[in-house]
Write a protein of this length. Structure first.
Length: 143
């Protein structure tokens, strides 16, 4: 079991669970938190950090949802190995057959935009999307 001790600042606008999630995520991506190791239990980490169990559970649930960890019933949360095949460079080109170490050395400026509700129009095939929308609307009128 690993020991996690992030600095969580309650005065920041970012919620505590997001701060904890970001700390663990960065640790996994940087390789400081190794795959196949287990995160501390929710109660144990909450007591250690002096935060509520809901804070730790919220961070853990986000990590599970994004595929950084796997919940194994009656065992705990296991850190998964990152799959580099899903990573893209700034131009949107998919990086394939590279290790995380190579990515960190060669592509230090990889950026992701996971902002909810906004469409990345630079990568959206707008003409194809419009065509499909028109087909659906045409079918709805004929019904």
């Amino acid at each position: 079991m690993i020991q996690i001790t992030p600095f969580l600042d309650s005065k920041r606008k970012t919620p505590l669970y997001v701060q904890l999630y970001q700390y663990i995520k960065e640790g996994i991506e940087s390789g400081q938190l190794k795959s196949d190791t287990f995160l501390p239990a929710i109660r144990e980490l909450a007591l250690h950090l002096r935060v509520s169990k809901n804070t730790v559970e919220g961070a853990y649930q986000q990590l599970i949802a994004e595929g950084y960890v796997e919940s194994i019933p009656r065992v705990g949360l296991k850190i998964l190995e990152l799959e580099a095949t899903f990573l893209c460079d700034k131009g949107g080109k998919q990086l394939q057959n590279v290790t995380m170490g190579e990515i960190q050395r060669e592509h230090k400026s990889i950026e992701f935009d996971f902002v909810y509700g906004e469409i990345d129009t630079a990568h959206l095939p707008l003409k194809v999307w419009k065509r499909h929308v028109q087909e659906v609307l045409k079918g709805a009128r004929n019904s």
